[in-house]
Write a protein that binds this ligand. Structure first.
Ligand SMILES: Cc1cc2nc3c(=O)[nH]c(=O)nc-3n(C[C@H](O)[C@H](O)[C@H](O)COP(=O)(O)O)c2cc1C
Length: 171
């Protein structure tokens, strides 16, 4: 897929079919995350690839909106250092968002769907993934081929109008 098509085709997938994701495709998706830009190139992230069905089911309980992870073929756990500093938290989250989006675009390019899940129960997540005390699971990214229809560029996405969002020179 062309980059522009992958950007327009990506959509949040809730239900996946049973087609496994090839290892080389998973590696490419993770590599896209690893190559993402970050503040001062600090790369304050680790990615935990989860493919075990029991683990996917267990980790889907870290937030009531994370149920779709149980149905995914794989999930990437985005792990970051813990911090109490609001500026640092903002900066880390910006970087994680860039890594996540790179992975979602790389996945869409391969026809693989994705969906973010938030994490609220950090203790449960740490126990399941065996995280050190100074690390926290921040987001999960579910991956799999869409059950409904293949990814194709969306002509009219559910988004605020372009002219409302984009400001020229000043607000
Ligand atoms: C930071 C973030 C957190 C999200 N958390 C969840 C979540 O917990 N559960 C979920 O089902 N979807 C979650 N999503 C997916 C969004 O609901 C979805 O991307 C949004 O509705 C736009 O839909 P689209 O991606 O198909 O354009 C999250 C997305 C982002 C960017």
């Amino acid at each position: 897929m062309e980059t522009w098509d992958a950007i327009r085709a990506r959509r949040a997938i809730r239900e996946y079919d049973n087609t496994p994701i090839e290892d080389r495709d998973l590696v490419r998706i993770l590599e896209a995350g690893r190559r993402a830009p970050s503040s001062r190139n600090d790369q304050r992230w680790d990615f935990v690839l989860i493919q075990d069905r029991d683990a996917l089911e267990k980790i889907s309980h870290v937030w009531r909106g994370a149920g779709h992870i149980a149905d995914a073929r794989a999930a990437v756990g985005l792990v970051a250092p813990t911090s109490e500093d609001p500026r640092e938290i903002g900066s880390i989250n910006y970087d994680l968002g860039q890594a996540a989006m790179s992975m979602m675009i790389a996945a869409a390019d391969l026809g693989i769907g994705s969906r973010t899940a938030s994490v609220h129960d950090y203790e449960l997540a740490a126990e399941i993934l065996g995280l050190p005390a100074d690390r926290r699971l921040t987001w999960l990214l579910g991956l799999g081929y869409p059950a409904d229809r293949p990814l194709n560029p969306i002509e009219k996405p559910a988004r605020r109008p372009f002219d409302e969002v984009v400001h020229h020179e000043r607000w």
